[in-house]
Design a protein around this ligand. Structure first.
Ligand code: CTP
Ligand code: MG
Length: 394
C-alpha cells in the first residue's frame, strides 16, 4: 500500500504579473524556453521525499496548466485513490486568497505544508528540504531568509531620513515557507486583513516562526530586470566549457635496417625509423597534441623512453593509452589533424586506411595529410620524417 504523503507544497502561480508587464500571467511567461511555473517545480521534483503538490493557477488558465507541470510522476499522488499526482485549483484576487484556495485543496494525511511562489523559479531542492526538516524539528513556522546587505534607513512620508536601521536584526525573506498544517489553517481562519506573507499571518495568530538560510538562487522574478537575470543565469549554465587545443611535433631519423611503421600502419619494403619504439612520428605527434591539450604532460614524461614494455611498441599502444588517460581525466576528444612531412613513403594511396585506423583508435575524427619541403631541411634531404599534429578536446 502506498501511504499518503505527509508533506504538501502549495505553489502559488495565480498572479497577473503586473510589474513584469508582459500582458500575461507571470507564471506562464517563458524563460530559456520553459515557463516560470514549469521551472519552479524542478526544485520540488528533486526532493528525495515524495510530496503532494497543489498548483494554484489563474482560473482562465486551468486547462492550460497541465502542460506546464512536466513529469509529475516524481510527485506523490494527492491521495492513494487520486489518479492525478498534482492538484490544480483556481486562485483568487490576492496572493492570500490564492493560498487559501490551495489550503482548501490539501489532501488528507498531510501534516506539513509549504507555500512557495512560482515566481521563485530557481529555488534549489536543498531549501525545500531544509524548511521541511526545520518544521518537523521545531513544530513551528519556518521561513528561508538571507541577511540584508544594503544599509537600510527609516524615512518619513516626506522622504526625510529618521534613522539607520540595525541591519544585523534584518532578514530578507523568501519562500517556501513551511508550517505544521494546523498552524497555517488556524492562521488563515483568523486572518483579518491581507498580510504580505504567510509567516506574517502565522505570527499574528500567535504561533512561533523561525528563519533558516535561504538561497540567492531563490530570487523572485518580479520585474523585467529579474527576468533578464534569470535568462543570463540559464545561458551561463547551458554554456559548454571552452574546448582546449593542443600541438604535438615529432621527428625520427631513417634506419634502413628497421621496418617502417607509420600512422599505425606497417609499410613493407620502406625504410624504417630509428627510435626506442617503432618511431611512428604520426602517432607520437598525435599523442603529444592530445596530452598537451589536456595538460597531462607529454609522451616522454607519460610513457618514458626506456620502458622495456614499450620497446618496439606500435602507435596503437600509445594512442590507446593516451585516449584512456584523457578519458580518466574527464576529457572527450573532439578531433585531430596531423601532417606528415617527408619525401617518402608516398602517403596518399594509404591515407584513407590511416584515417580510418586512427579514427577508430581514438573514437574521434582523425585526418592525416602529407607534404614535402621542396628538398629543404632534414626531411627534404631524406634523412628522416617529421609530423605535426593539432588536437581539439573538451
Ligand atoms: N500570486 C497568486 N495569486 C495572486 C497574486 C499572486 O497566486 N492573486 C502568486 C504569484 O503568481 C507569484 C507569487 O504569488 O508566484 C508572488 O506574487 P508576485 O511576485 O507579486 O506575482 P504577481 O502578483 O503575479 O506580480 P505583480 O504583483 O507584479 O502583479
Ligand atoms: Mg503581486
Amino acid at each position: 500500500m502506498t501511504s499518503s504523503p505527509s508533506v504538501a507544497v502549495i505553489v502559488v502561480a495565480a498572479g497577473s504579473g503586473t510589474r513584469l508587464g508582459l500582458g500575461r500571467p507571470k507564471a506562464f511567461v517563458e524563460v530559456g524556453g520553459r515557463s516560470i511555473l514549469s521551472r519552479s517545480l524542478d526544485g520540488i521534483r528533486g526532493m528525495a521525499e515524495r510530496v503532494a503538490v497543489v498548483v494554484v493557477a489563474p482560473g482562465e488558465l486551468l486547462a492550460e496548466t497541465a502542460s506546464h507541470l512536466g513529469p509529475v510522476s516524481a510527485f506523490a499522488s494527492a491521495s492513494p485513490s487520486a489518479s492525478d499526482a498534482v492538484v490544480v485549483v483556481a486562485g483568487g484576487a490576492t496572493r492570500q486568497q490564492s493560498v487559501a484556495a490551495g489550503l482548501a485543496a490539501l489532501p488528507e494525511g498531510v501534516d506539513v505544508v509549504l507555500v512557495h511562489d512560482a515566481a521563485r523559479a530557481f529555488t534549489p531542492t536543498s531549501v525545500f528540504e531544509r524548511v521541511i526538516a526545520a518544521v518537523r524539528e521545531s513544530g513551528g513556522g519556518v521561513i528561508p531568509g538571507l541577511p540584508v546587505t544594503d544599509t537600510v534607513k527609516g524615512v518619513d512620508a516626506d522622504g526625510v531620513v529618521l534613522e539607520t536601521v540595525d541591519r544585523s536584526r534584518l532578514t530578507a525573506v523568501q519562500t517556501p515557507q513551511g508550517f505544521p498544517r494546523a498552524l497555517l489553517e488556524d492562521a488563515y481562519a483568523r486572518a483579518a486583513a491581507d498580510a504580505t506573507d504567510d509567516a506574517g499571518l502565522v505570527r499574528d495568530a500567535g504561533h512561533p516562526v523561525t528563519v533558516v538560510p535561504g538561497d540567492a538562487l531563490s530570487f523572485k522574478i518580479t520585474t523585467a530586470a529579474d527576468l533578464e537575470r534569470a535568462d543570463d543565469l540559464l545561458r551561463r549554465t547551458r554554456m559548454p566549457a571552452l574546448p582546449r587545443t593542443g600541438l604535438g611535433v615529432d621527428a625520427h631519423a631513417f634506419d634502413p635496417a628497421a621496418e617502417l611503421w607509420l600512422a599505425g600502419l606497417h609499410w613493407p619494403g620502406e625504410a624504417g625509423l630509428a627510435g626506442h619504439s617503432d618511431g611512428d612520428v604520426v602517432a607520437h605527434a598525435i599523442c603529444d597534441a592530445l596530452l598537451g591539450a589536456a595538460g597531462l604532460g607529454d609522451l616522454g614524461s607519460r610513457f618514458g623512453t626506456s620502458d622495456p614494455s614499450l620497446a618496439g611498441a606500435h602507435g596503437e599502444v600509445f594512442l590507446t593509452r593516451t585516449r584512456a588517460l584523457l578519458e580518466e581525466a574527464g576529457f572527450t576528444i573532439g578531433n585531430v589533424s596531423v601532417q606528415l612531412i617527408g619525401n617518402r613513403p608516398r602517403f596518399a594511396p594509404r591515407k584513407a586506411e590511416a584515417d580510418a585506423l586512427l579514427t577508430t583508435l581514438l573514437a574521434a575524427p582523425v585526418s592525416v595529410s602529407a607534404t614535402t619541403t621542396d628538398g629543404l631541411g632534414f626531411p627534404g634531404r631524406g634523412e628522416g620524417l617529421t609530423a605535426l599534429a593539432t588536437a581539439l578536446i573538451y
